[in-house]
Ligand binder design. Structure first.
Ligand SMILES: Nc1ncnc2c1ncn2[C@@H]1O[C@H](COP(=O)(O)OP(=O)(O)O)[C@@H](O)[C@H]1O
Ligand SMILES: O=P(O)(O)OC[C@H](O)CO
Length: 502
């Protein structure tokens, strides 16, 4: 057994994990911890950044204790994270000045709407590859600076620091030595010029965000700092990879060639296509983003972001009490006798790609006196597959590239009913990764490449192993018929703007 390892810290929207991999890319040990979701007002989602940091420390301690592996055996650490989520903290005390505003949160819709109204849409799209939306960090920074007394002034003086979760964890792990982000996370702030690879002065000015609070943006595979303090029991382990979780999954799925696509079904679902070394702007409301920067090159990607995927299953569990656990949804869907005519549109925090409708809210269609719990659960699972077809159809239209196979991963990809329905509704084979921790593996690969644990991409390509493949079994006409029903449901959902109209 190898005695040297790489650790990945995968800080997701609902839980954080510490995973140790060996040189074959095999998971040797892992520890996971959930943390609190705060919903202070309808449509708002916040996290306590200190609770996240505590959860990260506790998973690191657990993974060492449970595996018996020592910190000195860890050659490098890769961080991967829920993107866009925004933390602002005091440089001296290290304390956040407000909760982290989570990517899903809609509390900054007014700021986004004003930017749009003031005519910044085209400029922001051209420079950042993004569409103006409360999803990205920029409006969240503005909101915190507006709502915490004296924050603007302190930020201007350089007393406050901004970071996405990668930056926050790096700063904490390095004992405050490094205030750095990576290109993939920077490209989700709506403040980063993805062509010039630098913070954009025009956008900073439009939002009155002081440059002094921004981290330095760097490529994805290099030593940013070493661990300091008790987290690694005094060992100075290099933190050598950082990457947003969706780009990490692209890398972990080894989608290195242009045209390769993956879908990760986590809290949200994110479909990402590698488009190579030139950024390609979308005409159809997809996002252009930085995939990863390595060996002096930057690879771009097109992305369709679906805001609610696995979190709809959590909603079935925690709010509707229809299941006791997420996996139970599979049995329920298989037990449903409904003719697939109930539709759940889980627009709990608006709709992402390709609609970008921040004001939409969830709806259910097609209920009859005979509709059962099982039917309702099945329709909720199906909504993940329908939303993915929305994005993949858009991606095909945008790029002209046919997608022969969809590579999938993420927690909800465990659900065999969902994977089969996805293959059916797309009429495309769905290929599941052999280990669904692809996101963590992507971050581990980037860290391992930086410290010479792996030599090059060919070295890591050898580790690739696919899991199950789901081939379409549904008649194509039926798939189209059901999908038409979904489109009707989305269109009706978007007409219902009761709260907004009042
Ligand atoms: N068997 C399952 N069927 C459906 N959904 C599932 C299943 N297992 C996990 N999930 C969903 O997947 C999500 C967790 O996936 P994960 O990749 O860990 O997400 P994240 O990185 O966003 O925290 C949860 O929202 C959960 O409801
Ligand atoms: O926590 P996940 O895996 O759903 O990913 C969140 C995304 O990074 C948000 O853009």
């Amino acid at each position: 057994m190898s005695s040297e390892y790489i650790m990945a810290i995968d800080e997701g929207t609902t839980s954080t994990r510490a995973i140790i991999f060996d040189q074959k890319g095999t998971k040797i040990a892992d520890a996971q911890r959930e943390f609190t979701q705060h919903f202070p007002e309808p449509g708002w989602v916040e996290h306590d950044a200190n609770e996240i940091w505590n959860a990260v420390q506790s998973t690191i301690a657990s993974v060492f204790i449970e595996s018996g592996i020592k910190p000195t055996q860890i050659k490098g650490i890769g961080i991967t994270n829920q993107r866009e989520t925004t933390v602002i903290w005091d440089k001296k005390t290290g304390l956040p000045i407000y909760n982290a505003i989570v990517w899903q949160s809609r509390q900054t819709s007014d700021i986004a709407a004003k930017l749009e109204k003031d005519g910044y849409g085209k400029m922001i799209h051209e420079k950042t590859g993004l569409l103006i939306d409360p999803y990205f960090s920029a409006t969240k920074i503005r909101w915190i600076l507006d709502h915490v007394d004296g924050a603007q002034e302190r930020a201007e003086k350089g007393d406050l620091l901004f970071g996405t979760i990668d930056t926050w964890l790096l700063w904490k792990l390095s004992g405050g030595a490094a205030h750095v982000t990576d290109y993939s996370n920077a490209s989700r702030t709506m403040l980063f010029n993805i062509h010039e690879l630098k913070w954009d002065d025009d956008i900073l000015k439009a939002l009155n965000i002081p440059k002094a609070m921004l981290p330095e943006a760097r490529p994805n595979s290099e030593v940013y700092a070493t661990t300091k303090g008790y987290h690694f029991y005094g060992s100075e382990v290099p933190i050598a990879g950082m990457i947003g979780d969706q780009q990490a999954a692209l890398f972990g799925q080894m989608a290195f060639e242009p045209g390769m696509v993956k879908n990760t079904y986590g809290t949200g679902a994110f479909i990402v296509m590698n488009t190579g070394e030139k950024p390609q702007l979308s005409d159809n409301n997809l996002l252009t983003t930085i995939g990863y920067g390595i060996n002096g090159k930057v690879y771009y990607a097109l992305e369709g972001s679906i805001f609610v995927a696995g979190s709809a299953i959590q909603w079935l569990r925690d709010a509707m009490h229809l299941v006791d656990s997420a996996p139970e949804s599979e049995e329920a869907a298989l037990a449903s006798n409904d003719d697939d005519e109930v539709y759940v549109v889980p627009a709990f925090t608006g709709l992402g790609a390709p609609y970008w409708d921040a004001d939409a809210r969830g709806a259910v269609f097609g209920l009859t006196r005979g509709t059962t719990r099982d039917d309702f659960i099945k329709a909720t699972l199906q909504s993940l597959a329908y939303q993915s077809r929305d994005v993949l159809e858009t991606m095909k239209r945008d790029t002209g590239i046919a997608i022969p196979t969809l590579k999938v991963d993420g927690g909800a990809a465990n659900n065999r009913y969902l994977m089969q329905f996805q293959a059916d509704i797309l009429q495309t084979p769905v290929q599941r990764a052999s280990d669904l921790e692809t996101t963590a593996l992507g971050a581990a690969f980037l860290a391992g490449l930086a410290v010479g644990y792996w030599d090059n991409l060919d070295d890591i390509k050898k580790q690739y192993a696919t899991g199950a493949t789901f081939d379409p079994e549904m008649d194509p006409k039926r798939a189209d018929y059901l999908y038409e029903g979904w489109k009707d449901a989305v269109s009706a959902t978007r007409k219902f703007k009761h709260k907004v109209r009042n």
